[in-house]
Design a protein around this ligand. Structure first.
Ligand SMILES: Nc1nc2c(ncn2[C@@H]2O[C@H](COP(=O)(O)OP(=O)(O)OP(=O)(O)O)[C@@H](O)[C@H]2O)c(=O)[nH]1
Ligand SMILES: [Mg+2]
Length: 194
């Protein structure tokens, strides 16, 4: 798929959110799981979203417009203990209010590190999204870090743990594994929203 993406804006509070004019896919996951890297790799634009080895890099909500058709929204990561309590407590309402109230939300791309698997946050989060009838696509990131047979095992484990109807995708921002089926799944969410 040929992709053109551009940065739209950042927000630290709902009053700064951009006008809800395009369907949006929110990229959600633990800090350091590879949300920003995946956005860069999927769009083929290095440096579009800021990435870092240090968890907690993305502290704002960032909007990226893709092919003039939809937004990928990079949300701050959760589960990063070293960020001050105050910071963490300001993020949760920001993320939750975004997910609960955003009229243009087409779905959530939930990322889980293939080596860590689903933890409490994901086990809580998936039913929370389901209760709100927000469509979910799950992808296991950094698939390049595991041999193929181990990867397949993790895919099956995550599907079962989260009670998903379909296999999560295994993706790698490093080598592009899994991008075609992931793009198709995201495009389907966007189309359904229109
Ligand atoms: N090997 C490998 N490393 C990756 C991959 N994706 C991301 N990383 C590395 O993981 C680290 C975190 O990546 P980010 O994209 O900044 O993670 P994030 O989820 O945006 O993190 P926060 O903004 O802190 O929530 C960086 O050092 C990346 O280079 C991948 O597919 N493979
Ligand atoms: Mg980030």
């Amino acid at each position: 798929m040929k992709v053109h993406a551009r940065f739209v804006t950042s927000a630290s509070k709902p009053s700064e959110f951009p006008a809800p004019n395009l369907p949006e896919i929110a990229v959600v996951g633990r800090s350091n799981v590879g949300k920003s890297s995946l956005i860069n790799a999927l769009t083929g634009q290095d440096g579009l979203a800021r990435t870092s080895r240090t968890p907690g890099r993305t502290r704002l909500v960032n909007w990226f417009e893709v092919n003039g058709k939809f937004h990928l929204v990079d949300l701050p990561g959760y589960g990063y203990a070293e960020v001050s309590r105050e910071m963490r407590e300001s993020w949760r309402p920001l993320i939750e209010s975004y997910l609960a109230d955003r009229k243009t939300l087409a779905g959530v791309l939930l990322l889980i590190d293939v080596r860590r698997g689903s933890q409490d946050e994901e086990l809580d989060f998936v039913p929370w999204l389901e209760a709100k009838e927000i469509p979910i696509v799950v992808a296991l990131t950094k698939s390049d870090k595991l041999a193929k047979n181990k990867r397949m095992l993790e895919v099956a484990k995550a599907k079962k743990a989260l009670g998903l109807k379909r296999d999560p995708f295994a993706v790698s921002a490093q080598d592009g594994e899994g991008f075609d089926p992931l793009w198709r799944a995201l495009a389907a969410l966007v189309d359904k929203k229109k």
